[in-house]
Write a protein that binds this ligand. Structure first.
Ligand code: NAD
Length: 484
């Protein structure tokens, strides 16, 4: 069944595939079968330093190219990703666990991201600003930030690298990227496309190694001017402290705890089906996954009934098998954390309507049954800690102001979902909710041309859209005096 035999894969530094200086390797495991997929070189700070030096050396020539010339490499990368869709998606399913159709969707979204930034790089406009004195002229020009350190997690192992690499390259920056140690094969597949696009050596580099060591090199090496991080709020806070020493530019895409709010004019059956698709996509291991379901008390019973039936009907299994919509979780640790969250909720009085345990259907693999809970007390941990799990806690509400207050009662502010056909309610919710991304009757809002990112402890800055390009540009103000 496997199309990726167990093999040795390497780091990518200065246009070359190479072993880690430590000689160390890690084994990547298929979460559906617990079988090894590959051995991958696992570096340390010295490898990151070497990659940073290569990126710094490549920077002057890369930033001098026009945006039109840089766009050719980005478009070629997008084309190669589309050509290699099947291989990239199968690698992702085997390494990360998500079903093949979802993996294909991720690869195509990633190719679209490269193509979109190829064009947006051409729109790194400055401004001409009217002067107060007749002899003066003022203008701004855009300047690439410089070498970028990019750190990504495992849940969208290609897309989240692309959201950093594509705009950085389009802006004229060079990059050292670190994929998650759980999903390096996806990063390697992406870097094969980047290599084959003909990019000059050193423009993009990939190192794998312990997060804290590679992160420290990014933060302490003065050649790195910006760090872009997607991952947990815990690590994001750490990086923010470390960035202070060199006033390092920082973009942070962190955790979320999205409310999913259903008003009584919405069709509970239709919305419950959409809710189940949204919740269990990638096993809830999604930063914008809906994780608290507030359903108006008039329709809560019907909504919950349909949601439970739908959750029970989801076909779980190895994501390479036909019809499977729910794969394994990423690692055994996540199963334990999910069981603990469910146990905490039920111990405090919540009712378990379905699921709640590691699936007994499978002898191997990290499968957790899709779970629906109701009757949760406010102190249930799942209502405040980011669950990152296939668990759907259903709560009810009766008033708009009350549900806004409950939805905002979290340190996170990444995404929020509202289901209603009433325009006034939709506007009040869009304006009242503290979230960077709001889906109005839309459970899947991410797209390359729209800004993605969070308020509060969900992060700093935005990826995608024009904001995602600006994140890799400095604004230089130029003032001149004319000869009289
Ligand atoms: P994580 O923070 O443990 O790891 C993310 C990356 O950081 C990995 O590559 C890891 O090796 C590296 N890392 C770990 N410790 C580090 C350190 N001290 N310094 C520098 N890098 C370090 O997160 P995870 O478990 O891999 O990913 C899940 C988290 O990511 C969730 O909280 C999720 O919400 C978040 N996430 C956010 C977004 C977003 O766009 N806001 C998208 C996807 C995931």
């Amino acid at each position: 069944m496997s199309s990726v035999p167990v093999q040795h894969r390497q780091l990518y530094i200065n246009g070359q595939w190479c072993d880690a200086s430590t000689g160390q390797r890690i084994t990547v495991v298929n979460p559906a079968t617990e079988e090894p997929l590959a051995d991958v070189s696992f570096g340390h700070r010295a490898d990151a330093a070497q990659a940073i030096a290569a990126a710094a050396q490549a920077l002057p020539a890369w930033m001098k190219l026009t945006a039109y010339d840089r766009a050719k490499f980005l478009k070629k990368t997008a084309e190669l990703m589309r050509e290699r869709l099947e291989v990239l998606a199968r690698t992702m399913t085997m390494e990360q666990g998500k079903p093949l159709a979802e993996a294909k969707g991720e690869v195509l979204h990633s190719a679209d991201t490269f193509e979109w930034f190829a064009e947006e790089g051409k729109r790194a406009y400055g401004q001409v600003i009217p002067p107060t004195l007749p002899t003066k002229r003022h203008l701004t020009i855009k300047h690439p930030v410089g070498v970028v350190g990019a750190i990504a997690p495992w849940n969208f192992p290609i897309t989240l690298l692309c959201r950093k690499i594509a705009p950085a390259l389009a802006a004229g920056c060079t990059v050292v990227a670190k994929p998650s140690e759980l999903t390096p094969l996806c990063g390697i597949g992406l870097f094969e496309c980047l290599h084959d696009s003909g990019l000059p050596p050193g423009v993009v580099n990939m190192v794998l190694g312990p997060g804290d060591a590679i992160g420290a090199e990014f933060m302490e090496n003065p050649a790195v001017r910006k760090v872009s991080f997607t991952g947990s709020t815990r690590v994001g806070k750490l990086l923010m402290k470390q960035a202070a020493d060199q006033v390092k530019r920082l973009s942070l895409e962190l955790g979320g705890h999205a409310p999913f709010i259903v008003f009584p004019d919405a069709d509970p059956e239709v919305v419950a089906k959409a809710a189940v698709i949204g919740k269990f996509r990638n096993n809830g291991q999604v930063c914008i996954s809906p994780s608290r379901f507030y359903v108006h008390k008039d329709i809560e019973k019907k909504f919950t009934e349909v949601a439970v039936a739908e959750a029970k009907s989801l076909k779980m299994g190895n994501g390479l098998e036909e019809g499977v919509v729910l794969g394994p979780m990423i690692e055994a640790k996540r199963l334990e954390a999910t069981s603990a969250l469910v146990a905490d909720a039920t111990a405090k009085g919540a009712t378990l309507l379905t699921g709640g345990r590691k699936s007994p259907q499978f002898a191997r693999g990290y499968f957790f049954e899709p779970t629906v809970l109701k009757g949760l007390p406010p102190d249930a941990k799942i209502l405040t800690e980011e669950p990152f799990a296939p668990v759907m806690p259903v709560l009810d509400f009766s008033k708009l102001d009350e549900v806004i207050a409950q939805a905002n009662n979290t340190r996170y502010g990444l995404a929020a979902y509202v289901f209603t056909n009433d325009l006034s309610i939709a506007w009040r919710m869009a304006e009242g909710l503290e979230a960077g991304i709001i889906g109005l009757n839309d459970p899947v809002p991410a797209t390359p041309q729209c800004p993605f990112g969070g308020m509060k402890e969900s992060g700093l800055g935005r990826e995608l859209a024009h904001e995602g390009l600006e994140a890799y540009l400095e604004t230089k103000y130029v003032s001149m005096v004319l000869r009289s």
